[in-house]
Structures are given as structure tokens and as C-alpha cells.
Design a protein around this ligand. Structure first.
Ligand SMILES: Nc1ncnc2c1ncn2[C@@H]1O[C@H](COP(=O)(O)OP(=O)(O)OP(=O)(O)O)[C@@H](O)[C@H]1O
Ligand SMILES: [Mg+2]
Length: 209
């Protein structure tokens, strides 16, 4: 990869694991573009609402395709232009979540989900996936009584398959994944994120730890 090229860093993990907190902190440290999935563009945010608010069941393949439609638009409109301009991009969920939720969680064939992700992203993959691992019950407790959307409301067995799926993907591709203990205090997680980003991507960070 060319020196000075923008890097794509994805935060992954289950509900309440600290992704949004850590994505924001890292984006500030790096001066990176901060964005999220599903969403990140006007079309993507509309798809997000459809995906999360739909009162009736959505077929798993329909769910996958809607997620991927949002991703394709996100890459075209936000992520690729930022990377091409040499900016780093921090994304709150990316392809790892598709594999974990629609693959491991919903039970769609993993190889097919992976191919579909590559089709949607034009081959773009995150340079680093930061998995914030946390037991499902702990994430649920953190989120408290906040109303659950359609995917959050799926049962604990579903969310445990998602968690195990993330861990399996991270274990299978240690070059592109790192697993951090999401149960640590937020400032300790943030310090661990900065260390891993500096070490893996060779980025010099403003904070000296
Ligand atoms: N390391 C931490 N320790 C304790 N509480 C945390 C920690 N990180 C975040 N929180 C709190 O837990 C809640 C969930 O955090 P956050 O929104 O960052 O998680 P998330 O992974 O983005 O959740 P969601 O899946 O709902 O988007 C928030 O109230 C946040 O302030
Ligand atoms: Mg969040």
C-alpha cells in the first residue's frame, strides 16, 4: 500500500460492546472520517430505518441484500472518495458484522455471504477489524432499558451465535483482525485500540501510548 494512503478501520462486536464509543475516540485521534453501517449516506440511512424498524419479519436473504445495498452506496459516496483523498476512515460496523449477523446469526451460507460482501464492496476490505468482545448479557445490561430495534430484539441464542461468529472470523484471519476485551473501562479499551492501530498499521498517533 502506498505511503500516506488512507486506511479503513472497522469496529465490530455485539450490541453494547462499545463500538460507537471507540470509533468516535479513534476517529478523533486520527483525524479520520467517522461513519457507520448500515447507513453513512442518505440512501443508507433510509435502508437502515427500513432494516431496523420493519415490524414484520424480513427474509434473511432480503436482509443481507439491503445491508449490502447500503454498503455499496456507502463505499461509492463516502468511503472510497475519502480513502482516495488520503484520509483514514473509521467505520462503526462493516463486512464483519454481515458475516456475523447474516451468516452465523441468521444461518446463511458463509462462503456465499463472503462473496456477496466482496461484490457489494467492489473488493474493498477493512485494513483492520477491531473486535470488541463482550458477553451478550453484559452488552445487554449496558444498554439498559433502551428500546430494542428488530435485530437487537432477536433472542440471546442469536446474539451468542453472532459473538462466536465474530471470534471465529478473527481467529481465522489474525492479520486483518484484532480482538480486544470490551469489558475493560472505556479509557483502557481506547488505549489498547491506539496501540493496536499504531502497531498494525504503522500509523503515528497523537497520543503517546
Ligand atoms: N468500556 C466500557 N465500559 C462500560 N460502559 C461502556 C464502555 N464502553 C461504552 N460503554 C457504555 O455502554 C453503552 C454502549 O456503548 P456503545 O454505544 O459505544 O456501544 P455499541 O457497541 O456502539 O452499541 P450498539 O450495538 O447499541 O450500537 C453506552 O452507554 C456507553 O456509554
Ligand atoms: Mg453503536
Amino acid at each position: 500500500m502506498a505511503a500516506g494512503a488512507g486506511r479503513l478501520i472497522a469496529f465490530e462486536g455485539g450490541e453494547g460492546s462499545g463500538k460507537s464509543t471507540q470509533a468516535k475516540a479513534l476517529a478523533e485521534t486520527l483525524g479520520a472520517e467517522l461513519t457507520r453501517e448500515p447507513g453513512g449516506t442518505p440512501l443508507g440511512e433510509r435502508l437502515r430505518r427500513l432494516l431496523l424498524d420493519e415490524p414484520s419479519a424480513i427474509d434473511p436473504r432480503a436482509e443481507l441484500m439491503m445491508m449490502l445495498a447500503a454498503r455499496a452506496q456507502h463505499l461509492a459516496e463516502v468511503i472510497e472518495p475519502a480513502l482516495a483523498a488520503g484520509r483514514h476512515v473509521v467505520v462503526d460496523r462493516f463486512a464483519g458484522s454481515t458475516l456475523a449477523y447474516q451468516g452465523y446469526g441468521r444461518g446463511l451460507p458463509l462462503a456465499e455471504v463472503k462473496s456477496a460482501c466482496l461484490l457489494a464492496s467492489g473488493g474493498r476490505q477493512a485494513d483492520l477489524n477491531v473486535l470488541l468482545d463482550l458477553p451478550v448479557s453484559a452488552g445487554s445490561l449496558r444498554r439498559g432499558l433502551k428500546e430494542r430495534d428488530r435485530i437487537e430484539a432477536a433472542g440471546p441464542e442469536f446474539h451468542d451465535r453472532v459473538r462466536q461468529g465474530f471470534l471465529a472470523e478473527a481467529e481465522a484471519d489474525p492479520v486483518h483482525w484484532c480482538v480486544l476485551d470490551g469489558s475493560l473501562p472505556a479509557d483502557e479499551v481506547a488505549a489498547a485500540v491506539r496501540r493496536v492501530v499504531a502497531a498494525r498499521l504503522g500509523l503515528s498517533l497523537a497520543r503517546g501510548d
